[in-house]
Design a protein around this ligand. Structure first.
Ligand SMILES: [Zn+2]
Length: 52
């Protein structure tokens, strides 16, 4: 299964459907998406990641 980007998951309502999994993405977030403003622990989860 290919790893989906958090950015696109959120657009599909993922953060509302699975709050627990969404929080896992955000835990210890070190990267932020320059395009969408989302934060995530892994750079590969974001479409335009930037270190924070
Ligand atoms: Zn993004």
């Amino acid at each position: 299964m290919p790893a989906k980007k958090l950015c696109s998951l959120v657009k599909n309502g993922f953060h509302k459907e699975d709050t627990k999994a969404y929080k896992e993405f955000l835990r210890d977030a070190k990267y932020m998406c320059k395009k969408c403003g989302r934060a995530a622990a892994k750079a590969k989860c974001l479409c335009k990641s930037s270190k924070i």
